[in-house]
Design a protein around this ligand. Structure first.
Ligand SMILES: *Cc1c(COP(=O)(O)O)cnc(C)c1O
Length: 381
């Protein structure tokens, strides 16, 4: 008998999701911005300290909102890592913006803040740090550079829900932040996201852009007596059923994170030996960053063929995966963006990185099987 498949990801339900969905349905409020959306907003605002949280239908949508809010015009440059998900770049390219890819740090695989200043030109509008694996970028340095050059900072905190940098929630440090609640993230609603607005002056504008470019949010609050088209916007809000599901997840965000951290710590302790043997490198989490155990990855040593490792793991029914194809080497990345400087760390790390199965409630014995399979796969090099 072959062993059970160990999936890379398993979406987790906390228990109240369907109950809240039923409550939303019987409350007869299925469009967006009902009671459950309000509860999610309040939770996010209390948790992160942002001026205003607004649910969106994805992190991609939240990033697209940021490009509208920053008035990105054709030719404007946006500094970001190449080692990221396509939406980081796409959101700005949709407005005619040009992604300028800068290399990442070898330790955290986050945008290398030491390389950012040299990439700034008169056309630069914003810096977009991506908190990879829920581990914070060096935000103090990035914010200082942005202030010095009059640039905006948009945090792609898609993976960073419940993570902090020097005690501050990721997504709440730059001008704007974007969260994802996609089912592959920690706190989920299938598809889903949120925009965090950190400057009070920007809140009304964000509400207008999210409501098809109208002041409908103010109308519902009784602040204006009719609502009209104010500026360019779109429909970025999710319906109440999604918000109801998400509400149940947010209420359990701490227990979800604690559970995942225990699994993460289990990998980290067990893999110290293989790191000492020089077969892999474990993730690095700086002292001042509290992460959320979004991901456990290893960087395989040079000379180890990643595809062979993945195949050997699969033979043991262990489904590990690699991650991003760097945007600067993708067809659209080459057409719409450009690199500044060497992409050496990005190229090296993206080819060596392997992500291990990690999900809420992973039993110790299951994790042991992953570790055993990985050890066996690497022993034969
Ligand atoms: C998941 C992810 C996104 C996109 O999130 P969606 O909610 O699926 O749109 C964007 N950026 C990063 C870094 C991500 O990990």
């Amino acid at each position: 008998m072959s062993p059970d498949k160990i999936y890379f990801n398993r979406p987790h339900m906390t228990g109240k999701e369907l109950y809240y969905i039923a409550e939303a349905k019987f409350g007869n409020m299925l469009a967006g911005d009902g009671q459950f959306t309000k509860r999610c907003h309040q939770w996010l605002e209390a948790q992160t300290g942002c001026a205003r949280a607004l649910l969106t239908h994805s992190c991609t949508a939240a990033l697209e909102m940021t490009a509208l809010m920053l008035d990105i015009q054709p030719g404007d440059e946006i500094i970001m890592p190449s080692y990221t998900f396509v939406s980081t770049a796409n959101a700005f390219v949709l407005r005619g913006g040009v992604p300028v890819f800068v290399d990442i740090r070898a330790d955290t695989l986050n945008l290398d803040e030491r390389l950012v200043e040299a990439a700034i030109t008169p056309r630069t509008k914003a810096i977009v740090p991506v908190h990879y694996a829920g581990v914070a970028c060096e935000m103090d340095e990035l914010m200082a550079i942005a202030r010095k050059h009059g640039l905006h900072v948009v945090e792609d905190a898609a993976q960073g829900v419940m993570s902090t940098y020097k005690g501050r929630a990721l997504g709440s440090i730059g001008d704007l932040g974007a969260y994802s609640f996609h089912e592959t993230k920690n706190v989920i609603s299938g598809e889903g996201g949120a925009l965090l607005v950190n400057t009070p002056e920007q809140v009304l504008r964000a509400e207008v852009i999210r409501e098809k470019g109208t002041d409908r949010s103010r109308f519902f609050r009784g602040e204006v007596d009719k609502y009209t088209w104010q500026e360019v916007g779109s429909s970025f809000l999710p319906g109440e059923l999604i918000a109801a599901f998400l509400c149940a997840q947010l209420e359990e965000a701490q227990s979800i994170t604690d559970n995942r951290l225990a699994v993460w710590d289990g990998y980290h302790a067990a893999l110290a030996g293989l790191e000492r043997q020089g077969l892999l490198r474990r993730p690095v989490v700086p002292q001042h960053c509290q992460h959320n155990a979004h991901m456990y990855y290893v960087l395989l040593a040079p000379g180890i063929d990643r595809q062979v490792v993945l195949d050997r793991l699969k033979q043991q029914e262990v489904y590990a995966v690699f991650h991003y194809v760097p945007l600067h080497s993708s067809p659209a990345g080459q057409r719409y963006g450009r690199t500044h400087g060497s992409m050496e760390v990005t190229d090296y790390s993206s080819e060596r990185l392997l992500r291990l199965p990690l999900w809420w409630g992973m039993p110790k014995a299951t994790q042991q099987r992953v570790l055993q399979a990985l050890g066996d796969a690497l022993a034969r090099f």
